[in-house]
Design a protein around this ligand. Structure first.
Ligand code: NAP
Length: 482
């Protein structure tokens, strides 16, 4: 756990609040205005908590820290921190090389083990070359941190860790920063990193992309991950606000399935499948912009997914083949079927994009009569031609009555200028399903409720498509209620 503060009092308060759960703490002393003078005040705190382990860091600006001072000043602060009670000191590689091996001896003589650290805030370069520089200094531990510019950089970092740890005389800590680096932070300890770094809160992150300790422990359960843990994830871009990691990791945890579900930010299907082969992943969810782009990379496509022309779920077989599925259609049909029989029902679908396609084929598969209305009529006609649905004009929409209305446009979504997908007076339906789930209660659902019409919130599609994914990957029923 990385602890920051502007004063020693803040350090003590922040650290004390977390010591019970996280008794290994890094004190980022470079965040203090005058660390040299302040550190002796921390001595009593360190002495009071001898059951905990403290790592002192006072990183200079050129190495990515906040200390406006020389390598000698970094060393002097670290020495004071060790004398005050820190058992481990982080000396930047640049300072160690400038000061020579005696700098490490100075800290050891004061009673600490020395971790030499390297940070690259731009890219993931030649990690082996950095490690060779570390070896020459004979540290007690080494830390190599790069910046992931892509998911592949996170993979490179994990592969580096897996190989490097085998013939090293000292423990290695390695990870990649940035949003693309999340994978290396979650799987790093499993790949051989002696430990990883976490923030107390998002606001207190000391490096780009640093996750909170709560996220690493509770959501990704990093202490429980072993080589046997099966890996899954959600691939797409953007994915930072995706709720899928929360949903699928909760499902794995509550059912006791030894698996973890990872955020995989990429816009490249080629990069995704390379990662899936090399990591390897046992399966993944696919979201924008990859639902069609993954098709050429699949060995087999489920007939429903083939009809819809999009895949949102991939399963990797033990012999390394990739099978594509579309659980969006079931995600729409399943919540409707718990409310009514769709056989012969008149279903109006607004929109003709990816979600609408899943709705059209899903409802037709249940024997419904499907009507389509879309802003761009030509797109609706194409989909109608492919599926056997019927296009309705605005006038037909206004005069008709439908058993079910499904909104598959972004109207009503948080931040979208359009609040309703149709005119208020045109709403004539027995049941309204809004696929938009942010917010949970959309203007369309509120309008339907006010008219006494039964409603289905979009979050049910989200949960049901995820539940189907869980079943495809594990062969078990998902804990959908949870
Ligand atoms: P998409 O492929 O981009 O399709 C969007 C559709 O909405 C198109 O038919 C588009 O019409 C229409 N549209 C967009 N802006 C419009 C506007 N201002 N007025 C009228 N029509 C408009 O998107 P998608 O993947 O189908 O997703 C649609 C919505 O479904 C998303 O916004 C999301 O909220 C929801 N969704 C929910 C879940 C879930 O799990 N609950 C899953 C997927 C999607 P044009 O053809 O004229 O462009």
């Amino acid at each position: 756990m990385s602890i920051v503060g502007r004063t020693t009092e803040q350090f003590e308060t922040n650290a004390a609040a977390l010591l019970d759960r996280f008794p290994f703490q890094e004190f980022r002393l470079d965040y203090l205005a005058d660390p040299g003078n302040a550190i002796p005040q921390l001595s009593a705190f360190f002495q009071r908590h001898t059951q905990a382990s403290f790592l002192a860091t006072c990183r200079p600006v050129p190495s990515g820290g906040c200390l406006h001072g020389s390598a000698r000043q970094e060393l002097a602060v670290l020495k004071l921190a060790v004398q005050a009670g820190c058992q481990l000191a982080d000396l930047s590689l640049e300072s160690a090389e400038e000061l020579g091996a005696t700098a490490l001896d100075t800290l050891r003589e004061s009673g600490a083990a020395v971790l030499v650290s390297f940070h690259d805030f731009q890219r993931t370069g030649d990690l082996g070359a950095v490690l060779d520089r570390m070896r020459g200094l004979n540290p007690d531990a080494a830390k190599i941190v790069s910046t992931a510019e892509s998911l592949s950089d996170s993979l490179s970092m994990l592969q580096f860790l897996t190989h490097a740890k085998n013939d090293l005389p000292f423990p290695l800590v390695a990870l990649a920063m940035g949003e693309h680096g999340a994978l290396s932070r979650i799987l790093g300890p499993r790949a051989g990193s002696a430990f990883t770094f976490a923030a107390a809160t998002e606001a207190e992150a000391t490096a780009p992309g640093q996750l909170t300790a709560g996220t690493l422990e509770e959501l990704y359960r990093i202490r429980e991950l072993t080589p046997a843990t099966r890996l899954f994830g959600v691939a797409g871009d953007p994915i930072h606000s995706s709720l899928s990691p929360l949903m699928l990791n909760t499902a794995f945890r509550t059912t006791g399935v030894d698996a973890v579900y990872l955020p995989l930010r990429t816009g490249s299907a080629e990069e995704l499948f390379r990662l899936a082969r090399e990591l390897p992943l046992d399966g993944f969810s696919v979201t924008m912009p990859l639902k069609q782009a993954v098709l050429p990379f699949l060995d087999e496509i489920d007939p429903t997914a083939a009809k819809i022309g999009a895949v949102n779920t991939v399963r990797r077989t033990p012999d390394g083949r990739f099978h594509g599925f579309n659980t969006d259609a079931a995600g729409i049909v399943d919540p409707l079927r718990t409310r009514r029989d769709l056989q012969g029902a008149r279903v109006l679908i607004l929109g003709a994009g990816g979600a609408a396609r899943a709705a059209v084929f899903g409802c037709l598969g249940q024997g419904a009569r499907v009507f389509l209305h879309n802003r761009t009529e030509a797109t609706a006609r194409l989909l109608a031609g492919e599926s056997g649905a019927q296009v309705v004009s605005r006038a037909e929409l206004a005069s008709g009555h439908f058993d079910v209305l499904i909104n598959a446009t972004p109207a009503g979504m948080h931040g979208n200028a359009l609040t309703l997908p149709l005119e208020k007076d045109d709403l004539h339906a027995g049941l309204v399903f809004d696929l938009v789930y942010n917010p949970i209660e959309t203007p369309l659902l509120a309008l339907a409720k006010a008219r006494g019409i039964a409603t289905v919130p979009g979050v049910e599609m989200f949960v049901h498509q995820g539940a189907r994914q869980f079943s495809l990957w594990t062969g078990e029923d998902a804990p959908a209620a949870i």
